[in-house]
Design a protein. Structure first.
Length: 293
């Protein structure tokens, strides 16, 4: 039998973690938000405040709903503070070593029946589960960015994930008003298995001089009816995240078609990671984004 999830812990107060906290609080769940960096935790809470206020200004929610949601979110300074949670979702950086360290330190602080999940967009759920004391209660819950807007959530079972864990996660996603789809535990799952190679190919198209940044993005927006161009989308996702997913695909599937474009590697090495660093395929430091190539 599954667990009724009422209190959710979230590790990582960045773009994804703060978005997950936002939707959980709006669904009436209590949220404990943790980050190892105090400054990022405060920044994440400020982002939630701003997004809730924007929803009020748009008439999506009223002031009472905003206040209620915000009151349901509290900061958790340590993993021990997550002890009351029914579910803890890790939303830290897309690095397997970091995630495994988090789970090793986290699990001894939790109740034996607490479910543990990762928001990874590409890493093996089975391998991550093996770093916990509860692989049968471990699952991938991959939210899409931006979390308050995107309707889909991928659920990924590891080899040891038991049925009650999956059913609890599925009910949790439904409670958030979102739609879940189940993916097998293969590198990058469904969405990123299809999306990131397309972005990588767009970067190759730029690298080989087939088109400029503007022409590539315009071609895909107007020629394929995409809401934003693939290079603009890469900047939005974060070029470091794009590279991480492509490396997981390349190493996990051993197929040369997934080789990360050298230009993507170069941008990441330069620290030009997209919107979050103000420079990527576009320069965001001025009033309007300007292509960097």
């Amino acid at each position: 039998m599954g667990i009724d999830i009422k209190t959710v812990g979230i590790i990582g107060a960045g773009q994804m973690g703060s978005g997950i906290a936002h939707v959980c609080a709006m669904a009436g769940l209590d949220v404990l938000l943790n980050d190892r960096e105090t400054e990022r935790l405060h920044s994440g809470l400020a982002t939630i405040d701003g997004n809730l206020a924007r929803q009020v200004s748009k008439g999506t929610i009223d002031e009472a709903q905003r206040r209620g949601a915000r009151d349901r979110i509290a900061a958790a300074a340590t993993f021990a503070d997550l002890a009351p949670c029914d579910l803890v979702i890790e939303a830290a950086t897309e690095d397997e070593g970091t995630k495994r360290q988090i789970f090793s330190a986290l699990c001894p602080q939790l109740r034996p029946d607490t479910l543990v999940a990762t928001n990874t967009s590409s890493i093996s759920i089975t391998r991550l589960a093996a770093s916990t004391d509860r692989p049968e209660r471990f699952i991938g819950i991959h939210f899409m960015n931006p979390v308050p807007v995107m309707q889909l959530v991928e659920l990924i079972r590891g080899i040891a994930t038991e049925d009650p864990t999956y059913e609890s996660a599925k009910a949790f996603i439904a409670k958030l008003g979102k739609i879940s789809t189940m993916s097998e535990d293969f590198p990058a799952f469904i969405v990123n298995r299809i999306l990131l190679p397309m972005i990588n190919e767009a970067i190759y198209t730029l690298y080989e001089g087939v088109g400029s940044v503007e022409s590539i993005d315009t071609a895909m927006k107007l020629g394929a009816n995409h809401p934003m161009g693939p290079l603009q989308l890469a900047d939005f996702i974060g070029l470091d995240t794009c590279l991480s997913v492509m490396q997981v695909l390349y190493e996990g599937l051993a197929d040369s078609k997934y080789r990360p474009c050298p230009l993507l590697v170069k941008y990441v090495e330069a620290g030009w990671l997209g919107r979050k660093t103000k420079r990527g395929f576009y320069d965001y430091r001025g009033e309007h984004p300007v292509p960097t190539r």
